[in-house]
Design a protein. Structure first.
Length: 269
């Protein structure tokens, strides 16, 4: 892979947010020509992860990285080393160099392994593919949920329109006169009989109105002058199930009292 060093160095130190950063110790192996053996030492470096690029600097304040690791075609795994909390970045190529890094603690090591394992383009491609699958399933489920109630509500509405008796109780309008439901509303049977409800049972008949006191207000309930005995009968009868007839029945008392007052006025003159 060919990289433009100036562009890469600028990207490493620009203000773009880093995915992970912190100090790690990097293992360095040196070959001693005279002794013909390798010595291992660790250098403390400041590491910055941006996307799939892992930069490392000599110091945190350094303005130019001293190295770069492209995290593609590699695996991040724990490794056995003399140093505790060590992990390695190993590449698939047989002759590729492995980077052994050491963290300061268990939590720091786990955070770095997780961040580096998720940094490659291959990993992001798998994540995007899985998210697209979940989104597609969620859209199908939402469409099925939206269609189901719409069909049931429309079919139920058609049944109600074709047969008014199937209207739910709360949808059936109640006929009000002077703020009270009329006794003839709701499909009641004339004669004060009970009305069948939607469940096949019998609804309770409307309560009887209180018995009227006489115009004189006596405790015995004696009729006022001019009132016929028929006027004291209960208004609940086949002839008085509607409000207008019931209103006329109660109005007889007022008509009689007005006639009596007019007669007294004539006698007084």
């Amino acid at each position: 892979m060919k990289l433009n060093e100036r562009s890469v160095a600028h990207y490493a130190t620009c203000d773009s947010p880093a995915d992970h950063a912190g100090f790690l110790r990097k293992r360095v192996e040196r070959h001693h020509h005279h002794a013909h053996h390798y010595s291992t030492s660790y250098q403390r470096r400041w590491f910055v992860l941006k996307g799939n690029l892992l930069f490392y600097f000599e110091e945190r304040e350094s303005r130019e990285p001293v190295g770069l690791v492209v995290l593609e075609g590699c695996t991040v795994e724990l490794c056995e080393a003399a140093e505790e909390f060590a992990f390695a970045i190993r590449f698939d190529d047989a002759g590729a160099r492995a980077y052994v890094l050491v963290a300061d603690g268990q939590a720091t090591m786990e955070a770095w392994v997780k961040a580096l394992s998720r940094a490659s383009f291959d990993y992001m491609r798998l994540v995007v593919k899985e998210l697209e699958k979940q989104l597609e399933e969620a859209c199908k489920s939402l469409a099925a949920c939206c269609k189901s109630p719409r069909r049931s509500s429309s079919s139920g509405r058609k049944r109600h329109l074709s047969n008014p008796a199937l209207l739910p109780l709360q949808e059936k309008p109640s006929i009000l006169e002077n703020g009270y439901s009329t006794w003839g509303s709701g499909g009641c049977i004339p004669g004060g009989a009970a009305c069948p409800d939607h469940d096949g049972g019998q609804a309770k008949p409307p309560p009887l109105p209180p018995r009227r006191r006489s115009a004189t207000g006596s405790a015995t309930g004696s009729p006022a002058p001019g009132l016929s005995p028929a006027m004291l009968e209960s208004p609940v009868s086949p002839d008085t199930i509607c409000f207008s007839k019931l209103h006329n029945w109660y109005g007889q008392e007022i008509v009689a009292l007005r006639r009596e007052w007019q007669e007294r006025q004539k006698r007084g003159h």
